[in-house]
Ligand binder design. Structure first.
Ligand code: HEM
Ligand code: SF4
Length: 551
Protein backbone atom coordinates (compact mmCIF):
# COMPACT_ATOMS: atom_id res chain seq x y z
CA UNK A 1 0.00 0.00 0.00
CA UNK A 2 1.00 3.60 -0.45
CA UNK A 3 2.41 5.13 2.74
CA UNK A 4 2.22 8.87 3.41
CA UNK A 5 5.41 10.84 2.93
CA UNK A 6 6.33 13.85 5.08
CA UNK A 7 4.32 16.22 2.87
CA UNK A 8 1.13 14.15 3.03
CA UNK A 9 1.46 13.87 6.79
CA UNK A 10 2.01 17.56 7.32
CA UNK A 11 -0.93 18.53 5.10
CA UNK A 12 -3.31 16.32 7.01
CA UNK A 13 -2.02 17.25 10.46
CA UNK A 14 -2.16 20.96 9.68
CA UNK A 15 -5.74 20.58 8.54
CA UNK A 16 -6.71 18.79 11.77
CA UNK A 17 -5.19 21.57 13.89
CA UNK A 18 -6.96 24.21 11.81
CA UNK A 19 -10.31 22.45 12.14
CA UNK A 20 -9.84 22.11 15.90
CA UNK A 21 -9.61 25.89 16.11
CA UNK A 22 -12.67 26.34 13.92
CA UNK A 23 -14.77 23.94 15.98
CA UNK A 24 -13.69 25.71 19.18
CA UNK A 25 -14.84 29.01 17.71
CA UNK A 26 -18.16 27.49 16.69
CA UNK A 27 -18.69 25.94 20.13
CA UNK A 28 -17.91 29.24 21.87
CA UNK A 29 -20.42 31.01 19.59
CA UNK A 30 -17.77 33.13 17.90
CA UNK A 31 -18.81 31.59 14.57
CA UNK A 32 -22.46 31.25 13.56
CA UNK A 33 -23.64 28.00 11.97
CA UNK A 34 -23.75 29.83 8.66
CA UNK A 35 -20.14 30.97 8.99
CA UNK A 36 -19.06 27.56 10.17
CA UNK A 37 -20.83 25.67 7.37
CA UNK A 38 -18.20 26.00 4.60
CA UNK A 39 -15.44 25.21 7.11
CA UNK A 40 -17.06 22.01 8.31
CA UNK A 41 -17.96 20.90 4.79
CA UNK A 42 -14.31 21.22 3.79
CA UNK A 43 -13.72 18.57 6.42
CA UNK A 44 -16.51 16.21 5.44
CA UNK A 45 -18.85 17.26 8.23
CA UNK A 46 -22.47 17.51 7.04
CA UNK A 47 -25.52 18.50 9.03
CA UNK A 48 -28.26 15.96 8.50
CA UNK A 49 -31.82 15.46 9.63
CA UNK A 50 -31.03 14.57 13.24
CA UNK A 51 -27.33 15.13 13.73
CA UNK A 52 -23.98 15.85 12.13
CA UNK A 53 -22.63 13.25 9.73
CA UNK A 54 -18.93 12.74 9.07
CA UNK A 55 -17.85 11.31 5.72
CA UNK A 56 -14.37 9.82 5.69
CA UNK A 57 -12.60 9.01 2.43
CA UNK A 58 -11.29 5.54 1.75
CA UNK A 59 -8.96 6.38 -1.15
CA UNK A 60 -9.85 4.13 -4.09
CA UNK A 61 -11.48 1.73 -1.65
CA UNK A 62 -8.23 0.44 -0.13
CA UNK A 63 -7.88 -0.13 3.62
CA UNK A 64 -5.17 -1.73 5.70
CA UNK A 65 -6.18 -3.81 8.70
CA UNK A 66 -4.82 -1.03 10.94
CA UNK A 67 -7.06 1.50 9.23
CA UNK A 68 -10.07 -0.79 9.53
CA UNK A 69 -9.38 -1.18 13.26
CA UNK A 70 -9.26 2.59 13.58
CA UNK A 71 -12.62 2.90 11.81
CA UNK A 72 -14.01 0.35 14.28
CA UNK A 73 -12.55 2.25 17.21
CA UNK A 74 -14.11 5.51 16.01
CA UNK A 75 -17.50 3.83 15.59
CA UNK A 76 -17.27 2.50 19.14
CA UNK A 77 -15.72 5.47 20.90
CA UNK A 78 -17.34 8.42 19.12
CA UNK A 79 -20.44 7.08 17.40
CA UNK A 80 -23.15 4.51 18.06
CA UNK A 81 -21.09 1.43 17.39
CA UNK A 82 -21.42 1.25 13.63
CA UNK A 83 -20.44 2.92 10.37
CA UNK A 84 -22.01 3.06 6.93
CA UNK A 85 -20.00 2.19 3.82
CA UNK A 86 -21.20 4.20 0.82
CA UNK A 87 -21.44 3.77 -2.94
CA UNK A 88 -18.34 5.92 -3.38
CA UNK A 89 -16.09 3.79 -1.20
CA UNK A 90 -16.34 6.17 1.73
CA UNK A 91 -17.50 5.52 5.26
CA UNK A 92 -20.03 7.72 7.01
CA UNK A 93 -20.58 8.13 10.73
CA UNK A 94 -24.11 9.24 11.49
CA UNK A 95 -23.88 10.43 15.07
CA UNK A 96 -20.60 12.22 15.82
CA UNK A 97 -20.62 15.02 18.40
CA UNK A 98 -19.37 18.30 16.99
CA UNK A 99 -16.92 18.85 19.86
CA UNK A 100 -15.35 15.45 19.24
CA UNK A 101 -14.89 15.69 15.48
CA UNK A 102 -11.37 17.18 15.75
CA UNK A 103 -10.37 14.19 17.89
CA UNK A 104 -11.85 11.83 15.33
CA UNK A 105 -9.88 13.52 12.57
CA UNK A 106 -6.71 13.40 14.68
CA UNK A 107 -7.20 9.68 15.21
CA UNK A 108 -7.78 9.18 11.49
CA UNK A 109 -4.58 11.10 10.70
CA UNK A 110 -2.66 8.56 12.82
CA UNK A 111 -3.54 5.92 10.22
CA UNK A 112 -3.18 8.20 7.20
CA UNK A 113 -6.86 8.90 6.68
CA UNK A 114 -8.94 12.07 6.53
CA UNK A 115 -12.22 13.62 5.43
CA UNK A 116 -10.74 16.27 3.13
CA UNK A 117 -12.61 16.75 -0.18
CA UNK A 118 -15.44 14.45 0.82
CA UNK A 119 -17.79 17.37 0.32
CA UNK A 120 -17.91 20.55 -1.73
CA UNK A 121 -17.37 21.49 -5.35
CA UNK A 122 -13.96 19.92 -5.65
CA UNK A 123 -12.50 16.65 -6.91
CA UNK A 124 -13.84 14.00 -4.55
CA UNK A 125 -12.36 10.66 -3.56
CA UNK A 126 -11.24 8.81 -6.69
CA UNK A 127 -12.85 5.39 -6.76
CA UNK A 128 -11.54 2.22 -8.36
CA UNK A 129 -12.18 -1.45 -8.99
CA UNK A 130 -12.32 -3.13 -5.60
CA UNK A 131 -10.42 -6.11 -7.01
CA UNK A 132 -7.41 -3.95 -7.97
CA UNK A 133 -4.15 -5.87 -7.91
CA UNK A 134 -5.99 -9.17 -7.53
CA UNK A 135 -8.41 -9.54 -10.46
CA UNK A 136 -7.66 -12.24 -12.99
CA UNK A 137 -8.81 -9.96 -15.85
CA UNK A 138 -6.77 -6.87 -14.98
CA UNK A 139 -4.65 -4.98 -17.57
CA UNK A 140 -2.93 -2.91 -14.88
CA UNK A 141 -3.46 -2.04 -11.24
CA UNK A 142 -5.82 0.97 -10.97
CA UNK A 143 -4.54 1.80 -7.47
CA UNK A 144 -1.28 3.14 -8.93
CA UNK A 145 -3.11 5.59 -11.17
CA UNK A 146 -5.72 6.45 -8.56
CA UNK A 147 -2.95 7.33 -6.11
CA UNK A 148 -1.29 9.55 -8.72
CA UNK A 149 -4.66 11.23 -9.26
CA UNK A 150 -5.15 11.56 -5.49
CA UNK A 151 -1.87 13.41 -5.12
CA UNK A 152 -2.63 15.71 -8.05
CA UNK A 153 -6.22 16.43 -6.99
CA UNK A 154 -5.77 16.94 -3.24
CA UNK A 155 -5.78 20.67 -2.52
CA UNK A 156 -5.44 21.41 -6.24
CA UNK A 157 -5.81 25.21 -6.03
CA UNK A 158 -7.34 25.67 -9.46
CA UNK A 159 -9.98 23.02 -8.90
CA UNK A 160 -11.05 23.71 -5.33
CA UNK A 161 -14.07 25.73 -6.46
CA UNK A 162 -15.43 24.00 -9.51
CA UNK A 163 -18.95 24.68 -10.81
CA UNK A 164 -20.02 21.52 -8.96
CA UNK A 165 -18.64 18.40 -7.26
CA UNK A 166 -16.43 16.20 -9.39
CA UNK A 167 -16.04 12.44 -9.27
CA UNK A 168 -13.44 10.30 -11.02
CA UNK A 169 -13.39 6.49 -11.25
CA UNK A 170 -10.72 4.15 -12.60
CA UNK A 171 -10.92 0.55 -13.79
CA UNK A 172 -7.98 -1.59 -14.82
CA UNK A 173 -10.09 -4.27 -16.49
CA UNK A 174 -12.43 -4.39 -19.46
CA UNK A 175 -15.14 -5.63 -17.12
CA UNK A 176 -16.13 -2.45 -15.34
CA UNK A 177 -16.62 -2.96 -11.62
CA UNK A 178 -16.14 0.73 -10.80
CA UNK A 179 -19.18 2.18 -12.65
CA UNK A 180 -16.89 4.50 -14.60
CA UNK A 181 -19.55 5.46 -17.14
CA UNK A 182 -21.67 7.20 -14.54
CA UNK A 183 -18.81 9.34 -13.31
CA UNK A 184 -17.78 12.87 -14.28
CA UNK A 185 -14.59 11.32 -15.63
CA UNK A 186 -14.17 7.59 -16.12
CA UNK A 187 -10.77 6.08 -16.88
CA UNK A 188 -10.18 2.63 -18.36
CA UNK A 189 -6.62 1.33 -18.37
CA UNK A 190 -5.87 -0.20 -21.78
CA UNK A 191 -3.02 -1.30 -24.02
CA UNK A 192 -2.73 0.12 -27.53
CA UNK A 193 -1.82 -1.89 -30.62
CA UNK A 194 1.88 -1.42 -29.86
CA UNK A 195 1.30 -3.01 -26.43
CA UNK A 196 1.88 0.25 -24.55
CA UNK A 197 -0.06 1.00 -21.41
CA UNK A 198 -2.38 3.99 -21.42
CA UNK A 199 -5.87 5.24 -20.70
CA UNK A 200 -9.22 5.58 -22.36
CA UNK A 201 -10.78 8.81 -21.14
CA UNK A 202 -14.55 9.12 -20.74
CA UNK A 203 -16.44 12.18 -19.52
CA UNK A 204 -19.89 13.46 -18.80
CA UNK A 205 -21.47 10.52 -17.05
CA UNK A 206 -23.52 11.07 -13.95
CA UNK A 207 -26.66 10.30 -12.06
CA UNK A 208 -28.75 12.76 -10.08
CA UNK A 209 -31.78 14.34 -11.71
CA UNK A 210 -30.32 14.16 -15.23
CA UNK A 211 -28.69 10.76 -15.56
CA UNK A 212 -26.24 10.41 -18.43
CA UNK A 213 -23.79 7.83 -19.67
CA UNK A 214 -20.25 9.11 -20.21
CA UNK A 215 -18.92 9.71 -23.74
CA UNK A 216 -15.52 8.61 -25.00
CA UNK A 217 -13.31 11.68 -25.24
CA UNK A 218 -9.99 10.08 -26.19
CA UNK A 219 -9.21 6.45 -26.97
CA UNK A 220 -5.62 6.50 -25.75
CA UNK A 221 -3.62 8.74 -23.47
CA UNK A 222 -0.08 7.59 -22.69
CA UNK A 223 1.02 7.01 -19.08
CA UNK A 224 3.10 10.16 -18.80
CA UNK A 225 0.22 12.28 -20.13
CA UNK A 226 -2.45 11.20 -17.65
CA UNK A 227 -2.30 14.28 -15.43
CA UNK A 228 -1.88 16.84 -18.20
CA UNK A 229 -4.88 15.36 -20.00
CA UNK A 230 -6.96 15.34 -16.82
CA UNK A 231 -5.93 18.92 -16.14
CA UNK A 232 -7.07 19.92 -19.63
CA UNK A 233 -10.41 18.13 -19.15
CA UNK A 234 -11.00 19.88 -15.83
CA UNK A 235 -9.92 23.28 -17.18
CA UNK A 236 -12.43 23.23 -20.00
CA UNK A 237 -15.13 22.27 -17.51
CA UNK A 238 -14.04 24.88 -14.97
CA UNK A 239 -14.07 27.55 -17.66
CA UNK A 240 -17.43 26.75 -19.26
CA UNK A 241 -19.38 24.71 -16.71
CA UNK A 242 -22.55 26.50 -15.69
CA UNK A 243 -22.29 28.32 -12.40
CA UNK A 244 -25.64 30.04 -12.83
CA UNK A 245 -27.76 26.96 -12.21
CA UNK A 246 -26.85 24.26 -9.71
CA UNK A 247 -28.91 21.71 -11.63
CA UNK A 248 -26.97 22.34 -14.82
CA UNK A 249 -23.54 22.69 -13.31
CA UNK A 250 -22.18 19.16 -13.63
CA UNK A 251 -19.81 18.31 -16.45
CA UNK A 252 -22.41 15.98 -17.95
CA UNK A 253 -24.50 19.03 -18.90
CA UNK A 254 -21.51 20.77 -20.48
CA UNK A 255 -20.54 17.69 -22.50
CA UNK A 256 -24.16 17.25 -23.51
CA UNK A 257 -24.68 20.89 -24.49
CA UNK A 258 -21.38 21.30 -26.34
CA UNK A 259 -21.45 17.79 -27.75
CA UNK A 260 -18.68 15.29 -26.96
CA UNK A 261 -16.75 16.20 -30.12
CA UNK A 262 -16.61 19.90 -29.35
CA UNK A 263 -15.73 19.25 -25.71
CA UNK A 264 -12.95 16.90 -26.88
CA UNK A 265 -11.70 19.50 -29.36
CA UNK A 266 -11.40 22.11 -26.64
CA UNK A 267 -9.68 19.65 -24.33
CA UNK A 268 -7.18 18.76 -27.06
CA UNK A 269 -6.43 22.43 -27.67
CA UNK A 270 -5.81 23.03 -23.97
CA UNK A 271 -3.79 19.85 -23.71
CA UNK A 272 -1.54 20.84 -26.60
CA UNK A 273 -0.54 23.90 -24.58
CA UNK A 274 0.27 22.15 -21.32
CA UNK A 275 1.27 18.66 -22.35
CA UNK A 276 5.02 19.15 -22.12
CA UNK A 277 4.82 21.18 -18.93
CA UNK A 278 5.20 20.29 -15.26
CA UNK A 279 2.41 17.75 -15.30
CA UNK A 280 4.19 15.39 -17.64
CA UNK A 281 4.79 12.38 -15.40
CA UNK A 282 8.43 11.33 -15.04
CA UNK A 283 8.96 7.58 -15.33
CA UNK A 284 10.80 7.58 -11.99
CA UNK A 285 7.70 8.95 -10.28
CA UNK A 286 5.44 6.37 -11.89
CA UNK A 287 7.90 3.69 -10.77
CA UNK A 288 7.96 5.06 -7.22
CA UNK A 289 4.18 4.89 -6.91
CA UNK A 290 4.03 1.52 -8.64
CA UNK A 291 6.50 0.13 -6.10
CA UNK A 292 4.08 1.06 -3.30
CA UNK A 293 1.65 -1.44 -4.76
CA UNK A 294 4.08 -4.31 -5.21
CA UNK A 295 2.52 -7.71 -4.91
CA UNK A 296 2.43 -9.24 -1.44
CA UNK A 297 4.60 -12.35 -1.02
CA UNK A 298 2.24 -14.83 -2.68
CA UNK A 299 3.02 -18.51 -2.36
CA UNK A 300 3.51 -20.40 -5.58
CA UNK A 301 0.82 -22.94 -6.43
CA UNK A 302 0.54 -24.96 -9.60
CA UNK A 303 -3.21 -24.66 -9.95
CA UNK A 304 -6.45 -24.81 -8.03
CA UNK A 305 -6.44 -26.40 -4.60
CA UNK A 306 -7.95 -29.88 -4.52
CA UNK A 307 -8.77 -29.62 -0.83
CA UNK A 308 -10.79 -26.49 -1.55
CA UNK A 309 -12.82 -28.24 -4.23
CA UNK A 310 -13.33 -31.18 -1.90
CA UNK A 311 -14.79 -28.89 0.75
CA UNK A 312 -17.14 -27.38 -1.78
CA UNK A 313 -18.41 -30.81 -2.57
CA UNK A 314 -18.89 -31.74 1.09
CA UNK A 315 -20.53 -28.62 2.44
CA UNK A 316 -23.49 -27.16 0.62
CA UNK A 317 -23.49 -23.92 2.61
CA UNK A 318 -19.83 -23.35 1.76
CA UNK A 319 -20.44 -24.18 -1.88
CA UNK A 320 -23.25 -21.64 -2.04
CA UNK A 321 -21.07 -18.93 -0.51
CA UNK A 322 -18.23 -19.71 -2.90
CA UNK A 323 -20.58 -19.54 -5.88
CA UNK A 324 -21.73 -16.01 -5.16
CA UNK A 325 -19.01 -14.43 -3.02
CA UNK A 326 -15.69 -15.82 -4.28
CA UNK A 327 -14.13 -14.48 -7.49
CA UNK A 328 -11.11 -15.59 -9.54
CA UNK A 329 -7.68 -14.29 -8.56
CA UNK A 330 -4.78 -13.67 -10.91
CA UNK A 331 -2.57 -16.10 -8.96
CA UNK A 332 -3.21 -19.84 -9.06
CA UNK A 333 -4.33 -21.18 -5.69
CA UNK A 334 -5.67 -17.79 -4.53
CA UNK A 335 -9.14 -16.25 -4.56
CA UNK A 336 -10.91 -12.96 -3.94
CA UNK A 337 -13.37 -13.24 -1.05
CA UNK A 338 -16.28 -10.80 -0.97
CA UNK A 339 -17.87 -10.03 2.37
CA UNK A 340 -21.51 -9.08 2.08
CA UNK A 341 -22.72 -6.19 4.24
CA UNK A 342 -26.27 -7.15 3.28
CA UNK A 343 -27.50 -9.72 5.81
CA UNK A 344 -31.13 -10.74 5.30
CA UNK A 345 -33.23 -7.89 6.71
CA UNK A 346 -30.14 -5.77 7.47
CA UNK A 347 -29.21 -2.21 6.55
CA UNK A 348 -27.14 -2.18 3.34
CA UNK A 349 -23.58 -1.03 3.93
CA UNK A 350 -23.70 -0.88 7.73
CA UNK A 351 -20.99 -2.64 9.72
CA UNK A 352 -20.67 -2.74 13.49
CA UNK A 353 -17.42 -1.93 15.25
CA UNK A 354 -17.06 -5.61 16.20
CA UNK A 355 -17.54 -6.68 12.59
CA UNK A 356 -14.95 -4.15 11.40
CA UNK A 357 -12.48 -5.46 13.98
CA UNK A 358 -13.21 -9.01 12.92
CA UNK A 359 -12.62 -8.16 9.25
CA UNK A 360 -9.30 -6.52 10.21
CA UNK A 361 -8.30 -9.73 12.01
CA UNK A 362 -9.31 -11.90 9.05
CA UNK A 363 -7.34 -9.63 6.73
CA UNK A 364 -4.23 -10.04 8.89
CA UNK A 365 -4.67 -13.75 9.09
CA UNK A 366 -5.69 -14.52 5.53
CA UNK A 367 -5.23 -11.56 3.16
CA UNK A 368 -1.85 -9.89 3.82
CA UNK A 369 -3.59 -7.27 5.98
CA UNK A 370 -5.56 -5.83 3.06
CA UNK A 371 -9.26 -4.97 2.87
CA UNK A 372 -11.23 -3.25 0.13
CA UNK A 373 -14.51 -1.38 0.07
CA UNK A 374 -16.72 -2.04 -2.96
CA UNK A 375 -19.01 0.61 -4.43
CA UNK A 376 -21.84 -1.88 -3.94
CA UNK A 377 -21.33 -1.24 -0.20
CA UNK A 378 -19.58 -4.51 0.56
CA UNK A 379 -16.08 -5.44 1.76
CA UNK A 380 -13.45 -7.55 0.06
CA UNK A 381 -10.48 -9.60 1.19
CA UNK A 382 -8.47 -9.49 -2.02
CA UNK A 383 -5.85 -12.20 -1.58
CA UNK A 384 -7.04 -15.35 0.17
CA UNK A 385 -5.43 -18.77 -0.38
CA UNK A 386 -8.06 -21.17 -1.66
CA UNK A 387 -7.06 -23.51 1.15
CA UNK A 388 -8.02 -20.84 3.69
CA UNK A 389 -11.46 -20.07 2.27
CA UNK A 390 -13.26 -22.66 4.36
CA UNK A 391 -11.77 -21.36 7.61
CA UNK A 392 -12.55 -17.81 6.56
CA UNK A 393 -16.14 -18.71 5.76
CA UNK A 394 -16.63 -20.31 9.19
CA UNK A 395 -15.08 -17.28 10.87
CA UNK A 396 -17.28 -14.90 8.88
CA UNK A 397 -20.34 -16.91 9.94
CA UNK A 398 -19.51 -16.31 13.59
CA UNK A 399 -19.86 -12.54 13.08
CA UNK A 400 -22.83 -12.66 10.71
CA UNK A 401 -20.78 -11.71 7.67
CA UNK A 402 -21.24 -14.86 5.61
CA UNK A 403 -24.39 -13.97 3.64
CA UNK A 404 -23.96 -15.63 0.23
CA UNK A 405 -25.62 -12.97 -1.90
CA UNK A 406 -22.99 -10.94 -3.76
CA UNK A 407 -24.47 -9.81 -7.09
CA UNK A 408 -27.83 -11.38 -6.23
CA UNK A 409 -31.15 -9.77 -5.39
CA UNK A 410 -30.37 -9.48 -1.66
CA UNK A 411 -27.25 -7.41 -2.45
CA UNK A 412 -29.29 -4.21 -2.45
CA UNK A 413 -27.63 -0.81 -2.78
CA UNK A 414 -29.50 1.83 -0.78
CA UNK A 415 -28.81 5.39 0.28
CA UNK A 416 -29.58 6.56 3.85
CA UNK A 417 -32.90 8.07 2.71
CA UNK A 418 -35.38 9.70 5.04
CA UNK A 419 -34.02 7.96 8.12
CA UNK A 420 -31.03 10.30 8.02
CA UNK A 421 -30.98 12.56 5.01
CA UNK A 422 -32.49 16.03 4.93
CA UNK A 423 -33.00 15.94 1.15
CA UNK A 424 -34.98 12.69 1.10
CA UNK A 425 -38.53 12.20 -0.16
CA UNK A 426 -38.91 8.70 1.18
CA UNK A 427 -37.21 6.08 3.29
CA UNK A 428 -34.80 3.73 1.55
CA UNK A 429 -33.62 1.61 4.45
CA UNK A 430 -36.91 0.05 5.65
CA UNK A 431 -37.87 -0.71 2.04
CA UNK A 432 -34.54 -2.38 1.37
CA UNK A 433 -34.96 -4.38 4.58
CA UNK A 434 -38.46 -5.49 3.58
CA UNK A 435 -37.23 -6.51 0.13
CA UNK A 436 -34.27 -8.32 1.60
CA UNK A 437 -36.62 -10.28 3.88
CA UNK A 438 -39.02 -11.07 1.06
CA UNK A 439 -36.12 -12.53 -0.91
CA UNK A 440 -34.49 -14.05 2.16
CA UNK A 441 -34.62 -17.65 0.93
CA UNK A 442 -31.07 -18.27 -0.22
CA UNK A 443 -31.92 -21.15 -2.53
CA UNK A 444 -34.42 -18.96 -4.31
CA UNK A 445 -31.97 -16.09 -4.43
CA UNK A 446 -29.40 -18.28 -6.13
CA UNK A 447 -31.99 -19.62 -8.52
CA UNK A 448 -33.00 -16.07 -9.54
CA UNK A 449 -29.34 -15.32 -10.20
CA UNK A 450 -27.47 -12.13 -11.01
CA UNK A 451 -29.53 -8.97 -10.67
CA UNK A 452 -28.96 -5.53 -9.19
CA UNK A 453 -31.58 -3.70 -7.13
CA UNK A 454 -30.76 -0.11 -6.20
CA UNK A 455 -32.77 2.31 -4.07
CA UNK A 456 -32.46 6.09 -3.68
CA UNK A 457 -34.59 8.22 -1.38
CA UNK A 458 -34.68 11.11 -3.86
CA UNK A 459 -33.62 12.06 -7.35
CA UNK A 460 -30.07 12.86 -6.27
CA UNK A 461 -29.52 9.15 -6.86
CA UNK A 462 -26.95 8.42 -4.15
CA UNK A 463 -28.26 4.83 -4.19
CA UNK A 464 -27.55 4.49 -7.95
CA UNK A 465 -31.19 3.69 -8.75
CA UNK A 466 -30.82 4.84 -12.36
CA UNK A 467 -28.30 2.10 -13.04
CA UNK A 468 -29.89 -0.76 -11.11
CA UNK A 469 -31.36 -3.56 -13.24
CA UNK A 470 -34.30 -2.76 -11.00
CA UNK A 471 -34.19 0.81 -9.73
CA UNK A 472 -36.39 2.26 -7.02
CA UNK A 473 -36.72 5.99 -6.47
CA UNK A 474 -38.48 7.53 -3.48
CA UNK A 475 -40.97 10.22 -4.50
CA UNK A 476 -43.25 12.43 -2.51
CA UNK A 477 -46.94 12.40 -3.39
CA UNK A 478 -48.82 14.94 -1.34
CA UNK A 479 -46.73 14.26 1.72
CA UNK A 480 -46.77 10.47 1.34
CA UNK A 481 -43.87 8.21 0.49
CA UNK A 482 -44.13 6.52 -2.89
CA UNK A 483 -41.66 4.63 -5.04
CA UNK A 484 -41.12 4.75 -8.76
CA UNK A 485 -39.64 1.70 -10.42
CA UNK A 486 -37.22 1.71 -13.35
CA UNK A 487 -36.03 -1.31 -15.29
CA UNK A 488 -32.96 -2.00 -17.40
CA UNK A 489 -30.33 0.16 -15.76
CA UNK A 490 -26.80 -1.18 -15.53
CA UNK A 491 -23.53 0.22 -14.22
CA UNK A 492 -21.06 -2.05 -16.03
CA UNK A 493 -19.15 -1.60 -19.31
CA UNK A 494 -22.50 -1.59 -21.14
CA UNK A 495 -23.89 1.04 -18.78
CA UNK A 496 -27.47 2.17 -19.35
CA UNK A 497 -30.05 4.27 -17.55
CA UNK A 498 -33.19 2.41 -16.53
CA UNK A 499 -36.63 3.39 -17.81
CA UNK A 500 -39.67 4.11 -15.68
CA UNK A 501 -42.20 1.28 -15.91
CA UNK A 502 -45.34 3.15 -14.87
CA UNK A 503 -47.11 4.80 -11.96
CA UNK A 504 -45.43 4.73 -8.55
CA UNK A 505 -46.34 2.35 -5.71
CA UNK A 506 -46.54 2.72 -1.96
CA UNK A 507 -44.02 0.82 0.15
CA UNK A 508 -46.10 -2.36 0.51
CA UNK A 509 -47.02 -2.46 -3.15
CA UNK A 510 -43.38 -1.92 -4.08
CA UNK A 511 -42.29 -5.14 -2.42
CA UNK A 512 -45.01 -7.02 -4.29
CA UNK A 513 -44.12 -5.24 -7.52
CA UNK A 514 -40.50 -6.43 -7.29
CA UNK A 515 -41.83 -9.93 -6.68
CA UNK A 516 -43.97 -9.64 -9.82
CA UNK A 517 -40.99 -8.42 -11.85
CA UNK A 518 -38.88 -11.32 -10.66
CA UNK A 519 -41.64 -13.86 -11.37
CA UNK A 520 -42.06 -12.45 -14.86
CA UNK A 521 -38.36 -12.84 -15.49
CA UNK A 522 -38.30 -16.41 -14.19
CA UNK A 523 -41.23 -17.30 -16.45
CA UNK A 524 -39.63 -15.66 -19.51
CA UNK A 525 -35.96 -16.53 -19.14
CA UNK A 526 -34.15 -18.84 -21.46
CA UNK A 527 -31.25 -21.05 -20.47
CA UNK A 528 -28.42 -19.13 -18.85
CA UNK A 529 -30.04 -15.74 -19.28
CA UNK A 530 -29.54 -13.23 -16.49
CA UNK A 531 -32.37 -10.86 -15.59
CA UNK A 532 -30.85 -8.08 -17.67
CA UNK A 533 -30.44 -10.37 -20.71
CA UNK A 534 -34.08 -11.42 -20.60
CA UNK A 535 -35.24 -7.85 -20.15
CA UNK A 536 -33.11 -6.65 -23.06
CA UNK A 537 -34.48 -9.45 -25.25
CA UNK A 538 -38.16 -9.07 -24.38
CA UNK A 539 -38.27 -5.34 -23.73
CA UNK A 540 -40.34 -4.00 -20.85
CA UNK A 541 -43.78 -5.03 -22.23
CA UNK A 542 -44.25 -8.33 -20.35
CA UNK A 543 -43.10 -6.67 -17.12
CA UNK A 544 -45.46 -3.73 -17.57
CA UNK A 545 -48.31 -6.04 -18.31
CA UNK A 546 -47.62 -8.13 -15.23
CA UNK A 547 -47.45 -5.01 -13.09
CA UNK A 548 -50.31 -2.97 -14.45
CA UNK A 549 -52.36 -5.36 -16.56
CA UNK A 550 -52.91 -5.13 -20.32
CA UNK A 551 -54.33 -1.81 -21.41
C1 HEM B 1 -26.65 11.91 3.71
C2 HEM B 1 -26.08 12.93 3.11
C3 HEM B 1 -26.00 13.07 1.62
C4 HEM B 1 -26.29 14.19 0.93
C5 HEM B 1 -26.74 15.52 1.48
C6 HEM B 1 -26.08 13.90 -0.46
C7 HEM B 1 -26.29 14.80 -1.49
C8 HEM B 1 -26.20 14.48 -2.82
C9 HEM B 1 -26.63 15.32 -3.90
C10 HEM B 1 -27.25 16.69 -3.74
C11 HEM B 1 -26.38 14.65 -5.06
C12 HEM B 1 -26.71 15.10 -6.48
C13 HEM B 1 -25.60 15.86 -7.05
C14 HEM B 1 -25.89 16.36 -8.43
O1 HEM B 1 -26.73 15.80 -9.15
O2 HEM B 1 -25.21 17.32 -8.84
C15 HEM B 1 -25.77 13.41 -4.72
C16 HEM B 1 -25.33 12.46 -5.62
C17 HEM B 1 -24.71 11.29 -5.26
N1 HEM B 1 -24.37 10.89 -3.99
FE1 HEM B 1 -25.02 11.75 -2.29
N2 HEM B 1 -25.64 12.62 -0.59
C18 HEM B 1 -25.59 12.08 0.66
C19 HEM B 1 -25.23 10.80 0.99
C20 HEM B 1 -24.70 9.90 0.09
C21 HEM B 1 -24.43 8.55 0.40
C22 HEM B 1 -24.63 7.88 1.74
C23 HEM B 1 -23.94 8.00 -0.73
C24 HEM B 1 -23.57 6.57 -0.93
C25 HEM B 1 -24.40 5.58 -0.48
C26 HEM B 1 -23.87 9.01 -1.73
C27 HEM B 1 -23.41 8.86 -3.03
C28 HEM B 1 -23.79 9.66 -4.07
C29 HEM B 1 -23.73 9.25 -5.45
C30 HEM B 1 -23.14 7.95 -5.96
C31 HEM B 1 -24.32 10.26 -6.19
C32 HEM B 1 -24.63 10.21 -7.67
C33 HEM B 1 -23.50 10.51 -8.51
C34 HEM B 1 -23.40 11.95 -8.73
O3 HEM B 1 -24.26 12.53 -9.42
O4 HEM B 1 -22.46 12.53 -8.21
N3 HEM B 1 -24.36 10.16 -1.21
N4 HEM B 1 -25.67 13.33 -3.34
S1 SF4 C 1 -30.47 9.98 -2.80
FE1 SF4 C 1 -31.47 11.70 -1.83
S2 SF4 C 1 -32.26 10.75 0.04
FE2 SF4 C 1 -30.68 9.41 -0.66
S3 SF4 C 1 -28.84 10.11 0.42
FE3 SF4 C 1 -28.90 11.09 -1.60
S4 SF4 C 1 -29.76 13.06 -1.21
FE4 SF4 C 1 -30.32 11.76 0.54
Amino acid sequence: MYAYDAIDRELVETRVAEFREQVARRVSGELTEEQFRPLRLMNGLYLQLHAYMLRVAVPYGVLSSAQMRKLAHIARRYDRGYGHFTTRQNIQYNWPKLEETPDILAELAEVEMHAIQTSGNCIRNTTADQFAGAAADEVDDPRIWSEIIRQWSTFHPEFSFLPRKFKIAVTGAQKDRAAIKVHDIGIVIVRNDAGELGFQMWAGGGQGRTPMIAKLIRGFVAERDLLSYLEAMLRVYNRHGRRDNKYKARIKILVHELGADEYARQVEAEWARIREGVLSLPQAEIDRIRAAFDEPPFERFEGDSRAFHGKRFEDRGFQRWVRSNVKPHKKPGYAIANISLKPVGGIPGDATADQMDAVADFADRWSFGEVRVAHEQNLVLPHVRQDDLYGLWLALGAVDLDTPNIGLLGDIIACPGLDYCSLANARSIPLSQALSERFGDLDRLHDIGEISLNISGCINACGHHHVGNIGILGVDKKGEEFYQITLGGRADEDAAVGRIVGRAFDAHETVDAVETIVETYVAQRRDGERFIDTLERTGPAPFKEALYGAD
